[in-house]
Design a protein around this ligand. Structure first.
Ligand code: KG4
Ligand code: ZN
Length: 337
């Protein structure tokens, strides 16, 4: 079964082909292609939804042609078309959904709407060291921070989540306050490497809340307060403040992940979503897990942020596991929230 996956939920157009055998064998990535709109949105300091939609329209078919050519496949070889149904920007999602359904109708192939976060969650299965069920998942993206118990494909129990800003949002908003531009996460993380995290004491919200929820909205206020206090000295102390911000976010993510593992008696952790690319998070999590005999699985670095491979994969795994059937009704729907 060859599944074409299309991702267009935000500022990345991703298209990929995976091949899945019958049974439980992990699908194989045949080809994937990505166009990032970062350069286009940079001037505005964030994603402009209308520009994002228009750019997806321009990119999605050339990227589809590219993956077919890279995989040595023809359009007729596609068995199923999977697309991101949500969450994401409505207009952007409609582009992927529209193209997926048009291809499905033209080729007489079924289509399947995929949850973007399930794509992230399953993306470590495309790494050279794929996890095995069950595991605890830490999902850290620009819009979500969630801890999940995962017993199989589609068997997800939400254990805790952010009650306000997501971890990626905390990175992005703090970076903006420090004048680091968009996207803030990678920029703040790069600057943090030159700073001393102990130079500022920043809050670790909900660390001792006794549950697995997160709260990051207060952190950006604390960063703003420190930045104001520093005044003209901010420029010279920016790297320290960036390092302290990153340390506060990473500290909470690591401790709550360990707590989730212990509460569920699990020894396997999967980290997914854009913030999973953060070097410091990877180092701290790996160290904390090593101490406790827990194995950690990450997606390949280039598959941490949005991409089509994870959507093709999630679609293929849902079909393989029999929990979902692709549909030949091309009345596509999107779920922005
Ligand atoms: O998963 P993703 O690509 O898109 C969403 O589904 O939201 O995640 C994007 C988020 C952004 O907030 C971005 O700043 C953050 O992931 N991010 C990082 C890093 N790379 C991406 N945050 C911290 N350090 C990084 N290296
Ligand atoms: Zn994402």
């Amino acid at each position: 079964m060859i599944v074409l996956g299309i991702e267009s939920s935000c500022d990345e157009t991703g298209v990929a082909l995976v091949e899945a055998a019958a049974g439980t064998q992990v699908p194989v990535l045949r080809a994937h292609a990505l166009h990032s709109q970062i350069d286009m949105h940079q001037a505005y300091g964030g994603v402009v939804p209308e520009l994002a939609s228009r750019d997806h329209i321009q990119r999605v078919l050339p990227l589809t042609e590219q993956v077919l050519s890279d995989a040595g496949c023809a359009l007729a070889d596609i068995d199923v078309v999977a697309y991101t149904r949500g969450p994401g920007l409505a207009g952007a999602l409609l582009v992927g959904a529209g193209v997926a359904c048009a291809l499905g109708a033209a080729l007489s192939r079924p289509v399947l709407g995929v949850h973007h976060l399930e794509g992230h969650l399953l993306s470590p299965f495309l790494s050279s060291d794929p996890p095995q069920f069950p595991f605890i998942a830490l999902l850290v993206s620009g819009g979500h921070t969630q801890l999940m118990r995962v017993d199989g494909v589609g068997r997800y129990e939400l254990l805790g989540e952010s009650i306000d800003d997501a971890a990626g949002e905390a990175f992005d908003k703090s970076a903006k306050l420090l004048g680091l531009g968009y996207p803030g996460g990678p920029a703040l993380s790069r600057l943090a490497e030159q700073g001393d995290a102990r130079a500022f004491k920043l809050p670790r919200p909900l660390l001792h809340s006794g549950d697995l929820d997160f709260s990051f909205a207060g952190l950006k206020t604390a960063v703003l307060t420190q930045a104001k206090k520093l005044g003209d000295d901010l420029e010279a102390r920016k790297a320290d403040l960036a390092a302290a911000t990153q340390a506060a976010i990473v500290d909470v993510l690591v401790r709550k992940s360990i707590d989730a593992l212990e509460r569920n008696g699990m020894n396997r952790l999967v980290v997914a979503g854009g913030v999973g690319a953060n070097k410091s998070l990877r180092a701290e999590l790996s160290a904390a897990c090593r101490k406790r005999g827990v194995r950690v699985h990450y997606p390949e670095l280039h598959l941490c942020t949005d991409n089509g491979a994870m959507i093709a994969l999630a679609g293929a795994m849902r079909l393989q596991s029999g929990i979902e059937k692709a549909s030949e009704v091309y009345a596509f729907d999107v779920k922005p929230r």
